[in-house]
Design a protein around this ligand. Structure first.
Ligand code: ADP
Length: 435
């Protein structure tokens, strides 16, 4: 509709403007022609007077009468107002003097007569041409109106279809998504802004689906992870009440261990919840001396590693300060070292190193542990993801540690990558900007 209105409105407007301009131009043109003719007629009359030394015999000679410039000359009077010449045999008595155009005929600065011209004849002749011209122009305008109307109708229909088809599809998809169907996608998208909008909607649907799955998985996982220690505690306590299980220190300690597992789970969940609630706002960056910082962590964790017979080695660390949140970075390193500790058998080694690459610092935790299968590697940072080996182990966590690590690294403006060879070991590299 808009295209049609603009196209046809443009033609109507130019039609009106052409008509108005034509009218004005033609009137001016007519006036100019007429006044030129009248001046030529007056010149001819003046020359005639000079040649004859007066108006001479009446009527004028034939050749003079047929002068083409006399087209609208009605009559001529001498200096006394006597008519000396009327070439068109008009009824000069009935003429309204006011409607006539008069020109003085001057010879040697003396007025020897007056020429009277009518306004009408030339004007009406030319007006007919004007009318014809105008009709031709208006005819052309009419045809261009019709043709442009048809062309813009076709273009508008094609354009509207191209525009409305994806919009309708996007709209329907959005409605389906609102109704809860997150599997819908917009297809056959054009390669333009609408196509981009459709793609964004598809990505949104995929992301929502992911979040939805994550939420469902998370609830199921939390329920599962709560059930196991609770069931153990329950059965142990029931056994003790029924005096089937003696409340020995050993049994009570194993109960305490289960409760400790529950506390760890709750703490991990809390860490994830606060990470979800925009962790960046809790980040407070300060310069951290990398060498002494990593040294402190190694010093604190060495007893744990020694207890298992795993060697914890700090490799060359550049002496420089990086601007970061010390608490967050401590959690990241401790989590990675705890994993390395968990999955590395005794008499093997774990390395902590740092290197400066361009304007980033790369901190690596490498172990000679059991490694991670290539099929598991892409998923280890996801919530509750554990490899089978880990699930089967008593020491296995809840699969939240690396999720927290990744969130924290992201909040510090960095990235984390993992590489691993099953049976040989794994390496986790955190890349952080120095500034
Ligand atoms: P969890 O708290 O269970 O350790 P994480 O999120 O920290 O969970 O790790 C996810 C999984 O990735 C672990 O269950 C384990 O299977 C694997 N993983 C993590 N770090 C290592 C490592 N250093 N060596 C071998 N496997 C690892």
């Amino acid at each position: 509709m808009v295209i049609l209105v603009i196209a046809l409105g443009g033609i109507i407007l130019s039609g009106v403007i052409i008509n108005v301009a034509l009218n004005r131009g033609f009137q001016n043109y007519l006036a100019q022609i007429e006044s030129a003719r009248q001046k030529q007629a007056v010149t001819a009359l003046t020359e005639f007077y000079q040649e004859n030394h007066g108006w001479g015999d009446f009527p004028l000679p034939l050749n003079m009468r047929q002068n083409p410039f006399f087209g609208n000359l009605l009559y001529v009077t001498d200096q006394n107002g006597q008519v000396v010449f009327f070439p068109r045999r008009a009824d000069i008595m009935g003429l309204n003097q006011n409607s006539l155009i008069t020109y003085p005929i001057m010879v040697n600065r003396i007025r020897v007569g007056t020429a009277y011209f009518s306004r009408s004849p030339l004007q009406s002749i030319l007006s007919e041409q004007d009318e014809f011209f105008r009709r031709t122009i208006n005819g052309s305008i009419f045809w261009s109106f019709l043709i442009t109307g048809l062309i813009s109708l076709v273009v508008a229909v094609i354009f509207a279809k191209r525009l409305s088809t994806p919009i309708t599809a996007i709209n329907q998809t959005a409605k389906s998504m609102t109704a809860g169907n997150l599997d819908v996608r917009v297809s056959n998208l054009p390669k333009d802004e609408l196509g981009e909008l459709g793609n964004s909607l598809n990505q949104l649907a995929a992301r929502l689906k992911e979040v939805d799955t994550l939420r469902k998985d998370m609830t199921a996982n939390v329920a599962h992870d709560l059930r196991t220690p609770l069931a153990t505690v329950k059965s142990h306590l029931e056994g003790m009440i029924d005096t089937v299980i003696p409340p020995s220190t050993e049994n009570l300690e194993s109960l305490l261990e289960e409760i400790h597992r529950l506390i760890v789970l709750v703490e991990d969940l809390q860490a994830i919840a606060s990470a979800d609630a925009n962790i960046s706002q809790f980040i407070k960056k300060r310069p951290v001396e990398l060498g002494s910082f990593l040294g402190d962590i190694v010093k604190k964790m060495t007893p744990l590693f020694q207890g298992k017979g795993v060697e914890l080695i700090r490799e060359g660390v550049p002496e420089l300060a990086i601007n970061t949140d010390q608490n967050a970075l401590t959690k990241i390193i401790v989590n990675l070292l705890s994993n390395a500790y968990k999955f590395t058998p005794s008499s093997k080694r774990v390395f902590l190193s740092a290197a400066l690459i361009e304007s980033d610092i790369l901190i690596t935790v490498r172990d000679e542990g059991i490694g991670i299968a290539a099929t598991d590697l892409p998923f280890i940072f996801e919530r509750f993801y554990r490899t089978d080996q880990s699930r089967n182990r008593e020491s296995g966590g809840f699969g939240l540690g690396l999720t927290i690590v990744k969130e924290l690294v992201g909040a510090l403006g960095g990235t984390i990558e993992a590489t691993s060879t099953p049976g040989e070991g794994s390496a986790f590299t955190v890349r952080l900007p120095i500034a």
